[in-house]
Design a protein around this ligand. Sequence first.
Ligand SMILES: Cc1cc2nc3c(=O)[nH]c(=O)nc-3n(C[C@H](O)[C@H](O)[C@H](O)COP(=O)(O)OP(=O)(O)OC[C@H]3O[C@@H](n4cnc5c(N)ncnc54)[C@H](O)[C@@H]3O)c2cc1C
Length: 310
Amino acid sequence: MREGIYDTVIVGAGPAGISAAIYAVRKRMNFLLVSESVGGQVLTSGDIENFLGYAEIDGVQFVDRMVSQMNHLGIEPLLDRVVSARREGDHFLLETLSGRRIPTRTLLLCTGSEHRKLNVPGEREFTGRGVSYCYTCDAPFFRDAKVAVVGGGNAGFEAVEQLLNYASEIYLIELGDKLRADEILRERVLKDDRVKVLLRTAVREIRGDASGVKSLLLEDLKEGKLRELEVSGVFVEIGLVPKTELADQLDVIKNEKGEIVIDCNNRTSEEGVYAAGDCTNIFAKQIITAAGEGAKALLSLYHELIYSRR
Ligand SMILES: Cc1cc2nc3c(=O)[nH]c(=O)nc-3n(C[C@H](O)[C@H](O)[C@H](O)COP(=O)(O)OP(=O)(O)OC[C@H]3O[C@@H](n4cnc5c(N)ncnc54)[C@H](O)[C@@H]3O)c2cc1C
C-alpha cells in the first residue's frame, strides 16, 4: 500500500457498492466508499420478495440491515458526489462536489441507474408536484385521485398495482401497441375496471398551475390526434438510464444502451477501472445480482492489485 493513495475507491453505495465494501474490509484493503446516498434504488423499491433468505422485506428495512452490517464492520461511507475522475500517472484522481481530492490506484464504479425522463414540457416544472418517478414513495398522496402511469412494462404495472390502493381512476399509457409486463402482473391489474389502458399514445406535455399537475396533453399515434386528459398525478415508469458520467470521463467503452461494458471479472476497457451492478451491461438488474457483482468485482481488482505491479 502506498501512502496517501487508496487501493481502491468504490463509487456508489447501493447493493453493489456495499457488497464490494464488505469484501474490501475482509481483504484488509485501504479503500474508501463514496456515495451520494446509502442504499441506492433499494430505498424506493418497496417490498422485496426475491432476495435469498428473505421471503419478504421492505426496501427501507433491507437498507437498514445493510447499514447495520457496514457499522458492524466499521465501514463509514463518505457521503458526497464524485464529480470528476481522471488518470494521473499510475493512479486516478477523483474530485467530489464538496471539493475533496481522492487519489486511488483502482476505481470501482457502482453508480447504478436512474429513471428515464419523458423530456416533455412541464415534466421538470411539476416534478414533486404531481410528476413522480417513485410510486412506492408517492402513491399514498393520490387518494381518490385520477392519475396516469406512463409505461406498459413491469414497472408501470407495479405502479398501477400500488396505485389501486389509493387512486379512483388510473390511465396506463403506453407508446407501443403492446403491454410488455409479465402475464401474472397483467392479469392481476387489468381485471380492475378502474384501470384504463391507452396504447399507441404519447405524452406531449404535462400541464398544471401553482397547485400542481392538472392534465396531460396526449397524442393518439394511430389517429394523429391530440387530446387533453385531466389527471392530478403522473407516474413515469419508462425504464432506467445507467449513470456513467465518470466512466465517460475515463473513456470507458459502453454499449448501445449506454451501459458500461465489463468482462466476466468486472474489468472495463480501461485498466484499473472496474464496474458492477446496474450501471453495467449485465443481463438482470436486480439486488441479488448487483450484490454478487459487487463482491466479484472487488475480488477481481484485489487479485489484480496483489498479482500485478499496479
Ligand atoms: C421501484 C423499484 C423497485 C425494485 N424492486 C426490486 C425488487 O423487488 N427486487 C430486486 O431484486 N430488485 C429490485 N429493483 C432493482 C434494484 O433496486 C437494483 O437492481 C439495485 O438497487 C442496483 O444496485 P446498484 O448498487 O447497482 O445501484 P443503485 O441501487 O442504483 O445504487 C447506486 C448508488 O450510487 C450512487 N451514485 C451514483 N453516481 C454517483 C456519483 N457520481 N458519486 C457518488 N455516488 C453516486 C447513487 O446515489 C446510489 O446510492 C427495483 C428498482 C426500483 C427502482
